[in-house]
Design a protein around this ligand. Structure first.
Ligand SMILES: Nc1ncnc2c1ncn2[C@@H]1O[C@H](COP(=O)(O)OP(=O)(O)OP(=O)(O)O)[C@@H](O)[C@H]1O
Length: 450
């Protein structure tokens, strides 16, 4: 708080020097902020991170100007603001935010806002800032691109879910990144050194269920040559990821519930009762509550799986992330193809206009196609093959005379158009849609197009 006053008593000077050396000892960027959002003191790490030298008039500037490049507090921008929370409650508040470093580069940071009290009871906000892009983030975290407030809120929820042992249900459309989110939870959880085992619930049927999940003993049935542990056993001390859990037939839901409740199972052909200690993360692109109401999903299983529910936003609801995502995916494709590629401004605008029913997987496919189509490494609107006349035309087709159609209606019409365009070739339709063939088959069934 040195620069707040020009001269102080020796005792004050000592106090200020002490405050400064205490915050300088902090390894992460740390800043003290008053109730009017003004910076009061900052440590060296903060000044380095935000490109501010000691004499650059740091004190008195507003926190949101320095770190967010905003001219208003971040809660007015849809963000969870630690300043507002700490001054309202006097309690520590942790959030994820996007900050801009000294070179104007966006970076994801975890902020812990502490309530710091002065001798006279005055309150300050002490922000400790952990930069998540450096030092090295964990593998899947680095791959999870997104800086929008909506995406950061979701990451925050995933982080909180990871810290608990409760089961987590990830809900979101196909291609939004549910599997990546499950990996994030696993790697952030205390089980990170254990295995993460994925169960694809779309492939399970009554014949396979027990052998797949619980394993079998040698000679348990014709063709079972050796003993094989099941997925449940393999996930012991780790995470069991139940992908597409909403597709599990009703009769198997009861069996799954039983083993989840008890943690006990028996291999096929085995006598002994075995136990596995698993943490369950499940994912679905259905509205499972509605499935419970429809009677196609068991309510008791839903409540067992959905202690914590995290919704993953579709890409069209976080369009501001599209340029960064496209950039990262394009860089990856360039590395794979061994040649540089560049996207024009118009191409980026075109991507931001598009609705991406297949979400990030579709964005990836669109870019893959564009890289293949571009002869000189420049990707323009033409190579994207989306607009004009692409989604805009398709969207115009989809609008009903009576008003906006439902998303399901838009999607089913879009699939119909793609089927016609590709002569009914399902693999190509799945590619164009940016979903797996499996997902396409489900959609065809759902919309009666199969
Ligand atoms: N935030 C992200 N940043 C970069 N890439 C992402 C992100 N989220 C997902 N992806 C990529 O998008 C693709 C689809 O992701 P993922 O398989 O996790 O989606 P999903 O929701 O599980 O899809 P489905 O429901 O069809 O199984 C993957 O290639 C994944 O690496």
């Amino acid at each position: 708080m040195r620069a707040q006053r020009n001269a102080g008593s020796p005792a004050q000077d000592d106090g200020e020097a002490l405050t400064q050396s205490l915050i300088d000892a902090h390894e992460y960027p740390f800043v003290l902020i008053d109730d009017d959002y003004r910076l009061v003191a900052a440590n060296r790490a903060y000044r380095r991170a935000y490109g501010l030298d000691e004499h650059a008039g740091l004190v008195g500037r507003r926190c949101y100007e320095v770190s967010h490049r905003l001219d208003q507090p971040c809660h007015l921008n849809g963000e969870d603001c630690p300043h507002r929370q700490v001054f309202a409650t006097g309690e520590m508040h942790e959030v994820l935010h996007t900050h801009y470093d000294g070179r104007g580069q966006a970076e994801r940071v975890r902020i812990r806002g502490h309530a710091i009290r002065g001798p006279a009871g005055r309150l300050w906000l002490g922000e400790s800032i952990e930069r998540l892009t450096t030092p090295e983030p964990r593998g899947c975290e680095r791959r999870m691109i997104g800086f929008s407030p909506r995406y950061l809120r979701m990451l925050q929820q995933l982080g909180q879910a990871a810290a608990s042992q409760a089961s987590v249900l990830l809900q979101g459309e196909s291609g939004v990144g549910k599997e990546l989110a499950a990996q994030f939870i696993h790697h952030r959880s205390p089980r990170t050194d254990g295995p993460m085992i994925t169960v694809d619930c779309t492939t399970l049927n009554a014949n396979l269920f027990e052998a797949e999940l619980f394993g079998h003993e040698r000679g348990a049935y014709t063709g079972s040559v050796g003993r094989r542990p099941g997925l449940f056993e393999q996930a012991d001390k780790g995470t069991l990821f139940l992908d597409e859990v909403g597709e599990l037939p009703l009769e198997l839901q009861a069996k799954l519930l039983r083993v989840l409740e008890s943690g006990e199972f028996r291999r096929v052909g085995g006598r002994s009762q075995l136990r596995a200690d698993v943490r369950v993360v499940a994912a679905t692109n259905r509205d499972l509550r509605r499935s419970v109401n429809d009677g196609t999903f068991r309510g008791d299983l839903y409540y067992r799986l959905a202690c914590i529910v995290v919704g993953l936003p579709p890409l069209r609801e976080r369009r501001e992330d599209i340029p960064a995502l496209a950039d990262a995916l394009l860089n990856q494709l360039c590395r794979e193809h061994g040649r540089p590629c560049y996207m024009t401004r118009e191409a980026v605008d075109c991507l931001m206009e598009y609705d991406f029913p297949g979400n990030i997987r579709e964005l990836k496919n669109v870019l893959q196609r564009a890289v293949a189509l571009s002869s000189d490494g420049v990707i323009d609107v033409r190579q994207l093959d989306l607009c004009p006349g692409g989604p805009a035309k398709r969207r115009a087709h989809a609008v009903e005379p009576g008003g906006a159609p439902s998303l399901r209606r838009v999607e089913s019409r879009y699939i119909e158009e793609l089927l016609a365009e590709h002569g009914g070739h399902r693999r190509r339709v799945a590619e164009a849609l940016g979903v797996s063939e499996r997902t396409l088959y489900r959609k065809l069934r759902r919309y009666g197009l199969g």
